[in-house]
Design a protein around this ligand. Structure first.
Ligand code: UDP
Length: 141
């Protein structure tokens, strides 16, 4: 299986709940390495740009408002099959439908405030990583 990188964001609700460490433990427990990380309070323009693909969706404004409501923790995860593995750890978008033991089942409140973001494919991962990190800020391990 290929070694991949994926972009992960711990969203404002999970940062406010003080569960950054618990979420990092799940990444590490699944064999994913944190190879870049920074905390940021996104500007509206940054959040709109990141979620540009959802611009036409009815939830876009609420999503952007939520993503700028507090600081987020942004990281690049590296490992075998990292993109799918992270999606598996996250669970379904709606925490009510997320499998038991997933991050969203355990830490998320609602489909809007759902604790984490993870890239959904190789192309998206490359674009999303470059959106937040220069290559010199990502550390091969
Ligand atoms: N979202 C929302 N309402 C919806 C669907 C999505 O607020 O009805 C938000 C939610 O925070 C989700 C994000 O938009 O994580 C991106 O949606 P996507 O379908 O890409 O889900 P994800 O890949 O995050 O599971």
């Amino acid at each position: 299986m290929a070694i991949e990188r994926t972009l992960s964001i711990i969203k404002p609700d999970a940062v406010a709940k003080n569960v950054i460490g618990q979420i990092y433990s799940r990444f590490e427990g699944a064999g994913l390495k944190v190879v870049a990380a920074r905390m940021a309070h996104l500007s509206r323009a940054e959040a709109e740009g990141f979620y540009a693909v959802h611009k036409a969706r009815p939830f876009f404004k609420d999503l952007v408002d939520f993503m700028i409501s507090g600081p987020v923790m942004i990281q690049v995860l590296e490992g075998e099959n990292a993109i799918a593995k992270n999606r598996e750890l996250m669970g379904a978008t709606n925490p009510k439908e997320a499998a038991a033991g997933t991050i969203r089942a355990d830490f998320a409140e609602s489909i809007d405030a759902n604790a984490v973001h993870g890239s959904d494919g190789a192309d998206t991962a490359a674009v999303e990583i470059a959106y937040f990190f220069r290559s010199s800020q990502v550390f091969a391990r």
